[in-house]
Each structure stands twice: as C-alpha cells, then as structure tokens.
Ligand binder design. Structure first.
Ligand SMILES: NC(=O)C1=CN([C@@H]2O[C@H](COP(=O)(O)OP(=O)(O)OC[C@H]3O[C@@H](n4cnc5c(N)ncnc54)[C@H](OP(=O)(O)O)[C@@H]3O)[C@@H](O)[C@H]2O)C=CC1
Ligand SMILES: O=C(O)C1=N[C@H](C(=O)O)C[C@H](O)C1
Length: 274
C-alpha cells in the first residue's frame, strides 16, 4: 500500500456516482479509499464498499457516521443530495479537509452555507466534473461574447436518465452562467426555464433552457446560438460516468495543498479567466 496516497471518503457510496468513484479510486495511483458512507437506515450500511461497486471485497465497510469517517481522512467525494451535501460541508470544515462537491440542485441558501464552510474546508464544487464540459463552457463564454444578443438567441438543451431529480441540470446551469458571463449579464434575471401555453414571442437577450428526461442517458448537453438563417451548436455527450469520477479525484488531489476556499473545476483545470 502507498502510504502517501490521499485518503478519500466516498459519501453516497452505493449510488451511481458513488460506485463509479470506488471503482476508479481502486485503479488510480495516489489515492485510496479510506471510508464509505451511506445514510442512516440504508440497506447498504454494513456491506463491503468494493462488493457493492462490483470490485469484490476491499475491507472498507459502508458506515453511516460521516464525522467519524472524515476525522482521519484527507478528502471527501460527494455526489449525494443538496441537504446531505450542506451537512457534509460543515463536517468537512470541522475536520479541515478537502470536500469535492458534484451534487447538483443546490438552492441559493444551500450555496451560502457551503460558501461559509469553505472558510475552513477546501471545497471544489462544479455542476460537471468532466474536462470536456469545462472546456466547452469556456468556448460557450467566448461565443456568447462574440455574438450580438440582438441577432443571436441562446438556448440550452439537456437530456438525462429517468432517475434524475433536479432540473435544469447542473451542467446546463454551468453553461448558462458561462454564456451570461460572456454577455456581461446576470443569468438569474435573464433565464427562461419553462415555456408553456401562449408565451408570446421570445424576449431578446434571454437564455432559454429545455429539459428532457428518459431511459439511461448519462448526460447530453447542447448550447445553441440561433441566428437568422444559421445555428451554431456546442455539444457534449457523456458516454461513461467515469469522466465525472476522474475529474472529482483530480480535484481532490489538486486541492490537497490549497488554502481553505471555494474553488471550481475551471480552477482545477487551469481554465479560469478570473
Ligand atoms: N457534478 C458532476 O459531474 C455530476 C453530478 N452528479 C450529481 O450527483 C448527485 C448524485 O447522482 P447519482 O449518483 O446519479 O445519484 P444516486 O441517487 O444514484 O446516488 C446518491 C447516493 O447518495 C446517497 N445519499 C443521500 N443522502 C445521503 C446522506 N445523508 N448520507 C449518505 N448518503 C446519502 C443516496 O442514498 P439513498 O438512495 O438512500 O437516498 C444514494 O446512494 C446528483 O445531484 C447528480 O446530479 C452526477 C454525476 C456527475
Ligand atoms: O444526475 C446526473 O446523472 C448528472 N448530473 C450532472 C448535472 O446535473 O449536470 C452532471 C451530469 O450531466 C450527470
């Protein structure tokens, strides 16, 4: 065993992302699975995390006490739910460790509480941990800056599996924020998240969102710049959840020697412009 390897806790260990993370941690140098956590009362508590992830026994038994799991760890990988993530950020602050947050659907109040925890924890939070999406967000920002809002309408389309509980996706919102930044506008006041019935004509300068759900789709996103007689489309397809897990592990290793604070994947990937 490599003693210098970063000791990571996977919360939501039996979930779709939790299992993917456990398999990837097993195959990547420089990290090791320190503990695995599920909610109190989960049928997975007491089971071997490796068995649940399809690796065979690893000796790491899924527990339901996050603070105990965090105390001797160096980082937490968290793809759970907003309420759980807010709680974990407070515990990561107490333990003074790295908290990588992939959970989407957080409210403004959740984000305020996560930012407060980042006074003591090193938090990396992103609606999408993949290199491809983060690179594409930089391109979306550039395109939005270059294309006159009077002539080009921005629409963001996403499709995910039928189990997804939040909409628009974290990635769609990330693209929306990038496009809004490119245009120098505030996304919240310019976004159109629902259309139904007699909506009237499209308002100039707005950014529209459309959400599709079905089947087992891992994540499909398009940012459309619709002009008179032409459409420019930036798109990303996720074929495997390991792209998110690889990004999350990269983020944990990157944050290991950073000061407490709230960081994004653009910081991790060196793509941040401000
Ligand atoms: N940023 C990114 O790159 C990505 C983000 N995501 C996001 O990650 C989140 C999870 O996605 P996914 O893995 O598909 O969802 P799943 O529902 O498959 O997994 C979530 C897991 O977290 C567990 N959980 C919930 N609350 C707690 C708690 N308090 N303590 C411990 N465990 C808890 C759930 O248990 P139970 O079932 O008992 O509730 C479940 O096992 C979503 O918000 C999703 O949008 C997903 C992929 C990539
Ligand atoms: O819930 C998912 O599955 C995913 N969630 C993230 C999002 O909301 O964008 C990232 C990815 O698209 C998969």
């Amino acid at each position: 065993m490599n003693d210098a390897a970063m000791k990571l806790v996977v919360v939501g260990a039996a979930g779709r992302m939790g299992q993917t993370l456990i398999r990837l941690i097993h195959s990547i140098e420089g990290v090791r699975l320190h503990a695995a956590v599920e909610r109190v009362g989960s049928p997975f508590v007491g089971k071997d995390a490796g068995e649940i992830a399809g690796l065979g026994p690893t000796g790491v038994i899924i527990g339901d006490d996050p603070l105990n799991a965090f105390l001797d760890a160096e980082g937490v990988l968290d793809f759970t739910s907003p309420a759980a993530t807010v709680e974990f950020s407070g515990l990561a602050a107490q333990a003074r460790i790295v908290h990588v947050i992939g959970t989407t659907g957080c409210s403004a109040d959740d984000n305020t509480r996560i930012a407060a925890a980042a006074r003591h924890a090193r938090i990396v939070k992103s609606g999408n941990m993949s290199l491809g999406v983060n690179l594409l967000s930089v391109l979306a920002e550039q395109a939005a800056r270059a294309l006159d809002p009077a002539d080009w309408d921005i629409e963001i389309l996403e499709m995910h599996h039928k189990h997804k509980v939040d909409a628009p996706s974290g990635t769609a919102l990330l693209f929306g924020e990038a496009a809004a930044k490119g245009r120098g506008i505030d996304l919240a006041s310019k976004s159109v998240r629902v259309r139904d019935g007699h909506t009237g004509a499209r308002e100039v300068g707005t950014i529209g969102f459309a959400t599709l759900r079905g089947g087992s789709v891992i994540g499909e996103h398009s940012v459309l710049f619709a002009g008179e007689g032409e459409i420019v489309t930036l798109s990303h397809s996720a074929a495997d959840r390991s792209i998110f897990a690889r990004g999350a592990i990269k983020a944990a290793l990157w944050a290991r020697d950073k000061k407490p604070g709230l960081y994004s994947m653009l910081d991790v990937l060196g793509l941040s412009s401000s």
